[in-house]
Design a protein around this ligand. Sequence first.
Ligand code: FES
Length: 688
Amino acid sequence: MGDKTALVIFTPSGKRGNIPVGTPVLSAARQLGVDLDSVCGGRGICSKCQVTPGFGKFPKHGVTVAKGALSGWNAVEARYDEKRGLKEGRRLGCQACIQGDVVIDVPPGSQVHRQVVRKAATRRQITMDPATQLRYVEVREPDMHEPTGDLQRLCEALKRDWDISDPEASPAFLASLQHALRDGGWKATVAVWRDHRGGAPVLLDIWPGFFEGRLHGLAIDLGSTTISAHLCDLRDGQVLASSGVMNPQIRFGEDLMSRVSYAMMNPGGDAEMTREVREAIGQLAIELSDETDIPLRQIVEAVVVCNPVMHHLLLGIDPVELGQAPFALATSNAVNTHAADFGLASINPSANAYVLPCIAGHVGADCAAVALSEEPYKSEDLILICDVGTNAEILLGSKDRVLACSSPTGPAFEGAQISSGQRAAPGAIERVEIDPMTKKPRFQVIGSDLWSDEAGFAEATAVTGVTGICGSGIIEAVAEMRMAGLLDASGLIGSAEQTGSGLCVPDGRTHAYVIWDARDDGGPLIAVTQGDIRAIQLAKSALYAGARLLMDELEVERVDRIALAGAFGSHISPRHAMVLGMIPDCDPAKVRSVGNAAGTGARIALCDISARARIEAEVLRVQKVETAIEPRFQEHFVAANAIPHASDLFPHLPELPDVSFNAGGGRSADSPTGRRRRRRTQDPLLRP
Ligand code: FES
């Protein structure tokens, strides 16, 4: 290279600088801090460094690029093009050298830290920068006169080509090192894990020669009722497959506290629950690998989010301290550990598992994951985030201050403790509408887009049948019953005489509302019973009381936005949630479902190492509010029992039917608040 330089401008970053003529584009990118990928270290093998040079006039950049601005097509590029094909206009950045002023575009596929759009619902982007990455190296052969170990010569190459210093080698890595180096003719691809806290990098695995495969990771959302896992490609963050199972610990108790009690009362009970959950996670990993044909060895990372009790049980820690004040966690810090230590023995033997930090004794890593996904700490306006599951995690705040609490909603929202309840699966009723005039229901089941009163419904559901009602279905059913005047504000279901509907049938000393009766055909009777309403009232009161407690703490009477998260969060209708009084009053346009935010947070931490550092710092700033010892929680809970609420106003709701079904009841003159409700016109929530 001579002294002559040329102006090199990279797009889309806009980074520019004068680079000595003769410099490969990949080296120019590195000098200018441009994000251009490379796995083979510039040897023309990996094709990750593809760029598209532009020629002609670029008035925006003030340059004109001549045809010869890059060196000609060379033998390496020609060979690659012949074998794999290079897109028209593309060059390999490690082969093409700068000859004159040039504008070079780095396409998204060649950016290491490219951003991938999450779901259309939120348009959030995930930056790709996984902890474990592949590095290709060429290693010096051993020499009798200069005795050094294979590992030492490999480390020398990693330092030289990738600036990786003093890595540690896992025992499994050492076991495969010598074969890999010799089989690959002293060329190898190494999976290197980086510690975001600055600890030593770890050599996880090695493949002979240039490894064509990809690395993968598991994002695991370990809930009290269900465990779900996503298998993600660590190159582009794509979810390749998802799977879920019921948490087998359910047999030890449906809610968290009953599992803590089980551990307290039964010596060795904690170890038993640990074993069960680890086995379930291990099985999920195997299923996902089978489904996608991705070798288990190529799954090199796992990220887990869970509540504090699940966190302790997963890590093999007795959760007994979490059952009593002051609810001390064994550790609130994030945990980096060997995945094999907790059930993921089948994936890569050296895989790392990262468990997000917990916020407090009752506010876990799942809440931290929700925060990572929804970023309340960046919000200009006041946002309430409710992650609804067996336990609700609630966050309230903005960029100034964020509060968090958890509230024991119980499993009713997940379809458990409901007479016809089931988890969300094909055949489960997930949407319900009740005609306010005829009081007749219609519904949709998972697996079909048809409503039950539409032609073709029977055929469309012939395989799955109509089997039960899931969490989102029961929420809609109860809210619709309230809107249709079948249910009063105290939560009582009216009789056939009181409501004028023959679908309100006696059920012991109370009543039930029939949604689907297929008994004549040997099918089920699906009805909402008084017991179901009580279970939903308890769950929704706990959620509402938690949110109100945080609002008290911030001294606010309203919130600007509400995000509903949870495994079934994306299916909850904001309108129904508000009629039920699950959430405080809010402009319906500002209430949105954000899906499984905890799972999304897990995916973000899986794909982007800097997100781990970010959430660890943010968690320290979140103020925890302990619902279990707060007397106002009880007050809020009792007041929230009414549907929608005993005293809080819901100006955004339509006027609800003024009915009362307690003994001697009938139509009452006043609303349950003791005030006559204001009649609203053109309410956005009113039925058309
Ligand atoms: Fe691998 Fe260019 S860096 S082909």
